[in-house]
Design a protein around this ligand. Structure first.
Ligand SMILES: [Cu+2]
Length: 625
C-alpha cells in the first residue's frame, strides 16, 4: 500500500516536472528505465579506422539500489534510440582511430558537453547544446589512456554536478595499438545528491560504481594469480580513497578527463589505498594472490555506510548493531565484492603449522569518554614486554608491534556489549582473518562477528615491515568514530621499536560530537613531543578518521620543514620516490605515510592537522640538543 502510494507520487512529480519538457513533441510519459552496465561493450560501429557513434542525452528513471530501491529521475546518455545508459555508453578505440560522434540533446534544458575531442587536451572546453540540438564531433583519438566525456545542465563546475546531471558520464578509453581491449575492467564512480533539505534533516545521497550501489554492484570473480588491470574513473563530486583488502596494487597511471599520465616502472607506486580526487582517473594492476572474498571500496565511512541506503549517511548513529551480521545490509554505496577462486596453487603460508607468537587484543568500553557517551579502546597483551592493567584501556590506543616474517595469533577479545570485528588494514593475509564479518573467508568458512564475551583468533604472518592500521570494519559508524582503531607497526627482524625516534601520528574521529573533529593519538590536545637534533626521526602518519581528507604538516613559524618520504601504506618507496620534500602531506582516509626527519637545530615546531585549510588539531614539537 505504502509503495503504491509512493509510486503514484513519483509519477505525479514526473508529470509535473516534465510539463515544460515537451519541446520535442513527444508524449508525456515516465522517462524510460536506465540500464546500468559494466563497460564491456563499446558503442558504435567501427569501419576501418573510423568509429561512428550516435548518442543522445535523455531523461531516465534510475534505480541504483535495485528494483525495490529508490527511484531517481535523472539525465543520462543513450545510444540513439536505445535505453538510457548509466554510466554513459562506452567509447573505446585503438590509438589512431577517428571518431565521428553525433549527439543530440533531447533534454528540455541546455546541455554543456565536455570531452568530445582528441587527448590530451590542454583545456576543458565544452559545447553548449540547446534543447533539441544535434551536433557531430569528428576527432582523432589521441594518446592511449583512461578518459571520459561528460555533460552538465547547470552553469556549474564539474564538482557541482550532483543532481539530475550527475550521471552524465561515459568512459572514453584509448588503447595502445595492438593491446587486447578486453584484458581490463572499467569502473565509473558516480554520485547523486538529493535537493538541499530543510535545516536539520540529512541530504539524501547515493554513490555508485557503474550505476549501482552495494550490494547491487557487480560481484567480481577472478581466478587466482591472473593479473587484474582496472581503470577507475571518479566522476563524482567527492574524493574517494579506494582501498583494496588483503594485497597491494600498483598505480600505473593517474589522469583526468583531459589527460592521462602513464607511469614508467620507476614512478609506479604500490598502495593499498589511493586517494582519487573528483574528476580523476586511475589505472591499477593487482595480482589476486589469496583465495576467498575481498573488497575494493572507498574508505570514507559516509560513502559506504548501510545508512546511506535510507538516504541518511550523516544522521544520528543507530543502535542497531545486528546489521553487522549481514554485509549486504551493513554497507552500501562504493563497494565492490571480489571472490578469488582457487588456482593451481595458493599462497598458503598461513595455513601451515607454525609456532606462533600469541597475543590478545582486549576490546574495551570507556564510559563517559565523550560526555555521557562511551568511547572504545583496547588493552593489548603481548608475549613480550610488561602486561598492561587487566581492566580499562590504554590511552592512546596501543600500537601493536610485530616483526616481519614472524607468525602471530592475535586473539580479539570482545569486552564490549555489542558485536564487533577488527580489520587488519594493509596487511597481506588470508581472507578468513581479514575482519569483514559475514564476508571474509570462503564458502563454508565465513568469518562471523565477534560476539560480546567471545574471542576470535586471527592468524597471519606479516610479509613486509611498515605502518598499518587495525580498526573495526566500520559497519557500525559509532565504533569507528569512538576509537575502535589503532596503529600496527611491523619491524624488520632484529629491530626494536624506539618511541624516542619513532613517532606514530594516529589521526581518528573525535567521538559522536557535532561538529566532528579529529583526535591525534586519541587526544584533541596532544601533549608536547620532544625530538633530538642531529638524530633521524620517523613519523608514521595514519588517517583513520571516518570521513576527512586531511593535510598534515610539520612546520616552524616560517613554514614546513623538509622531510624525506620513505613509505606509503606500509610499502617502502623505491629510491627515486624517496625524496626530500616540504613537510606538507595530503592524506586520505585509510592511507598511511612514513617520513624521515632529521632536525638540525633546537627550536619549536608543530604538527598541524588541517581540513579544508582549517587547523583541527596541533601537536607542539620541541627540538632539543
Ligand atoms: Cu568515497
Amino acid at each position: 500500500m505504502m509503495r503504491a502510494t509512493m509510486r503514484a507520487c513519483a509519477l505525479v512529480f514526473t508529470l509535473a516536472s516534465s510539463s515544460s519538457a515537451q519541446t520535442l513533441g513527444s508524449t508525456v510519459t515516465t522517462p524510460p528505465d536506465a540500464v546500468t552496465h559494466d563497460n564491456h561493450q563499446p558503442a558504435g560501429v567501427m569501419t576501418g579506422k573510423v568509429l561512428k557513434v550516435r548518442l543522445e542525452a535523455v531523461r531516465a528513471t534510475w534505480r541504483p539500489e535495485g528494483a525495490d530501491g529508490p527511484v531517481r529521475d535523472v539525465y543520462a546518455f543513450a545510444v540513439e534510440g536505445g535505453a538510457p545508459n548509466i554510466p554513459g555508453p562506452l567509447l573505446r578505440v585503438p590509438e589512431g582511430t577517428e571518431l565521428h560522434v553525433f549527439i543530440r540533446n533531447r533534454l528540455a534544458v541546455p546541455l554543456r558537453l565536455h570531452g568530445m575531442g582528441p587527448r590530451p587536451r590542454a583545456k576543458d572546453d565544452f559545447v553548449t547544446m540547446a534543447p533539441g540540438k544535434g551536433l557531430e564531433f569528428r576527432f582523432k583519438s589521441g594518446a592511449p589512456g583512461t578518459y571520459y566525456y561528460w555533460g552538465q545542465t547547470a552553469d556549474s563546475l564539474f564538482n557541482q554536478r550532483s543532481g539530475a546531471d550527475g550521471q552524465l558520464t561515459g568512459a572514453f578509453i584509448v588503447d595502445s595499438a595492438g593491446a587486447a581491449p578486453d584484458a581490463d575492467r572499467i569502473f565509473v564512480i558516480g554520485e547523486w545528491l538529493g535537493p538541499i533539505p530543510k535545516p536539520g534533516t540529512p541530504r539524501k545521497v547515493t554513490i555508485v560504481v557503474n550505476g549501482r550501489s552495494w550490494p547491487h554492484t557487480e560481484r567480481l570473480t577472478i581466478p587466482f594469480g591472473l593479473p587484474a588491470e582496472w581503470r577507475v574513473i571518479n566522476a563524482s563530486i567527492a574524493p574517494h580513497p579506494m582501498h583494496l583488502h588483503g594485497t597491494f596494487y600498483t598505480v600505473e597511471s593517474r589522469g583526468s578527463a583531459m589527460r592521462d599520465v602513464v607511469y614508467g616502472a620507476l614512478n609506479q607506486r604500490l598502495v593499498t589505498t589511493e586517494l582519487m580526487l573528483p574528476g580523476s582517473t586511475m589505472m591499477m594492476r593487482w595480482v589476486p594472490d589469496r583465495v576467498g572474498n575481498w573488497l575494493f571500496h572507498c574508505h570514507i565511512l559516509a560513502h559506504v555506510t548501510g545508512r546511506m541506503r535510507d538516504g541518511d549517511a550523516t544522521g544520528p548513529v543507530t543502535e542497531d548493531h545486528h546489521v553487522e551480521h549481514d554485509p549486504a545490509r551493513a554497507m552500501a554505496g562504493l563497494v565492490l565484492g571480489i571472490t578469488v577462486l582457487p588456482g593451481d596453487e595458493t599462497a598458503a603460508p598461513d595455513l601451515e603449522t607454525h609456532v606462533r607468537r600469541r597475543m590478545t587484543l582486549h576490546v574495551r568500553e570507556i564510559p563517559n569518554r565523550y560526555g555521557t557517551d562511551s568511547g572504545f579502546g583496547f588493552s593489548f597483551v603481548s608475549d613480550r614486554g610488561p602486561a598492561p592493567p587487566v581492566d580499562g584501556a590504554s590511552n592512546p590506543s596501543p600500537t601493536i608491534i610485530l616483526t616481519k616474517g614472524e607468525p602471530v595469533v592475535i586473539g580479539v577479545a570482545n569486552g564490549v556489549r555489542e558485536p564487533m570485528a577488527i580489520h587488519w588494514h594493509g596487511i597481506e593475509l588470508e581472507s578468513f582473518n581479514d575482519g569483514v564479518p559475514g564476508w571474509s573467508g570462503q564458502t563454508g568458512q565465513i568469518m562471523p562477528p565477534v560476539e560480546p564475551g567471545r574471542t576470535f583468533d586471527v592468524n597471519f604472518t606479516p610479509p613486509r615491515a611498515g605502518t598499518f592500521i587495525y580498526h573495526t570494519h566500520g559497519h557500525d559508524s559509532k565504533q569507528l568514530v569512538s576509537g575502535m582503531y589503532g596503529a600496527l607497526v611491523v619491524l624488520e627482524p632484529g629491530e626494536t621499536f624506539d618511541p624516542a625516534v619513532d613517532h606514530v601520528v594516529l589521526l581518528g574521529g573525535s567521538g559522536p560530537v557535532v561538529p566532528p573533529g579529529v583526535e591525534m593519538n586519541r587526544s584533541t590536545k596532544p601533549p608536547l613531543l620532544q625530538v633530538k637534533a642531529g638524530v633521524k626521526h620517523r613519523f608514521r602518519i595514519i588517517n583513520i578518521t571516518p570521513n576527512f581528507t586531511l593535510a598534515v604538516t610539520l612546520r616552524g613559524e616560517s613554514g614546513p620543514v623538509q622531510w624525506r618520504a620513505i613509505a606509503k601504506d606500509g610499502a617502502d618507496l623505491p629510491p627515486n620516490q624517496a625524496t626530500m620534500r616540504a613537510a606538507n602531506q595530503t592524506i586520505g582516509v585509510g592511507e598511511t605515510y612514513d617520513f624521515e626527519y632529521e632536525p638540525t637545530v633546537p627550536g619549536d615546531l608543530r604538527i598541524d592537522v588541517l581540513r579544508l585549510g582549517n587547523v583541527l588539531t596541533t601537536t607542539p614539537v620541541r627540538v632539543v640538543r
